[in-house]
Design a protein around this ligand. Structure first.
Ligand SMILES: [Fe+2]
Length: 394
């Protein structure tokens, strides 16, 4: 995380005797990245955070199960409609894995029930709320998440998701095999957002707390590289009276991303919002179109030779995809080697347009994506041919 913060009661100096109201010591936990030479936080628990009562195997990791990830072979573009997948369940155990590789998994959930306490020991999670609202609770405190929010959950943060209001919480879930951060080029040498960044510290929403829950023998679902494990903890993990540091979950709403526009087409990196291990995340938000009098306000056909490109169409109409069948809630995969661009007729239709109201999340991965078990049941398998004039009647 870019900057330091403190929540609740913390001691005057770290690693000193910090006592609870009953005179006993708080249990200090250091959570840190990269062998404690990168961002970290210190948390002050009432109970002992390592007091495990029992460990039991959980389910297999879905992508490792039979019918899990399979190569995109023969390679073609894909159009998935995750709205067609079963809804219900919770935001952790009811995820449908759509795409993935060793660096990242891309899943989708439409949750209507609270999740178990959950801790992903493999890497950070980035949850994009398409619609609905949820309360995110964690050892660091709570956040309220609404449509358009990205919630960044650092690896090994014990947390849970509780849907709020009516209707399911629809979310795109990005599970990284490492850390997800703002792009390095947006930050000063000391981590402050620079003036040319499309967003800054004021746009981030931090956890509020402390969140103090009582409980004994509390189960936590742990995701590891080998599979899921169920840990039973002697005390409730949400027993942190205070914490401080630079490592914590936070939320960022896509509408707080200030678009970079120009007189002529700007390349996708101007939309970059986060970076992860061998992938980037970009946000396409409502914005003015290119304003040169001769501008063509849709992207050219393009071949991104080093990455697979995933687009999740979250809101609005998508002018360059007109006639392709893509609509709100669609997810497209344009793999490396596949030339793609505006659908027939959309270049001409775009001429003179002044602005777009679209919201889309793009994930570019630098290694090929495989198909998850949930891809086939929601695939529109005519998509690869959707640029053919016969397919659109253009
Ligand atoms: Fe593209």
């Amino acid at each position: 995380m870019p900057y330091f913060t403190s929540v609740g009661d913390v001691p005057r100096k770290r690693h000193t005797r910090f006592r609870q109201p009953d005179g006993s010591l708080y249990r200090e936990e250091l959570i840190g990245e990269e062998g404690f030479v990168a961002d970290s936080s210190l948390l002050y628990h009432r109970g002992i955070p390592s007091e495990v009562v029992a460990v039991a195997p959980g389910e297999a990791v879905p992508e490792a199960a039979p019918g899990g990830l399979r190569p995109n072979h023969p390679m073609r573009a894909r159009h998935l409609r995750p709205h067609e997948l079963a809804s219900g369940g919770d935001l952790v155990t009811s995820r449908h894995i759509l795409l993935g590789n060793d660096d990242v998994l891309i899943g989708y959930a439409a949750a209507d029930a609270p999740s178990p306490l959950y801790r992903n020991a493999v890497g950070d999670e980035l949850v994009y709320i398409e619609s609905g609202a949820a309360r995110f609770e964690s050892v660091f405190g709570w956040l309220e998440a609404d449509a358009g929010d990205y919630v960044i959950v650092p690896a090994s943060t014990t947390h849970r998701w509780i849907p709020l209001g009516e209707g399911p919480v629809r979310a795109l879930v990005i599970e990284a095999a490492g850390h997800v951060r703002p792009p390095r080029r947006y930050l000063s040498a000391h981590g402050q957002f620079l003036e040319n960044s499309p967003y800054c510290e004021l746009d981030l929403r931090l956890p509020r707390g402390p969140l103090l829950d009582e409980g004994e023998n509390v189960d936590v679902l742990m995701k590891t590289r080998a599979g899921f494990a169920r840990y039973t903890m002697a005390t409730h993990p949400f027993d942190v009276a205070g914490w401080f540091g630079c490592l914590y979950p936070y939320a960022f709403n896509v509408h707080d991303f200030e678009p970079v526009t120009g007189s002529l087409h700007r390349p996708p990196p101007v939309h970059q919002t986060f970076e992860g291990p061998n992938f980037v995340v970009c946000s396409f938000v409502p914005r003015l179109f290119d304003y040169h009098p001769e501008a063509v306000p849709v992207p050219p056909w393009h071949a991104n030779v080093d990455s697979d490109e995933v687009l999740f169409y979250a809101q609005g109409d998508f002018m360059s995809r007109a006639g392709s069948g893509i609509g709100q809630g669609s997810l497209s995969l344009h793999p490396a080697g596949f030339v793609h661009g505006p659908h027939p007729g959309s270049v001409e239709a775009a001429l003179g347009a002044l602005r777009t109201e679209e919201v889309a999340v793009m994930i570019d991965t630098f290694r090929p994506l495989n198909l998850g078990a949930a891809a086939t049941p929601c695939e529109d398998d005519s998509y690869t041919l959707s640029w053919h004039r016969a397919a659109t009647g253009a």
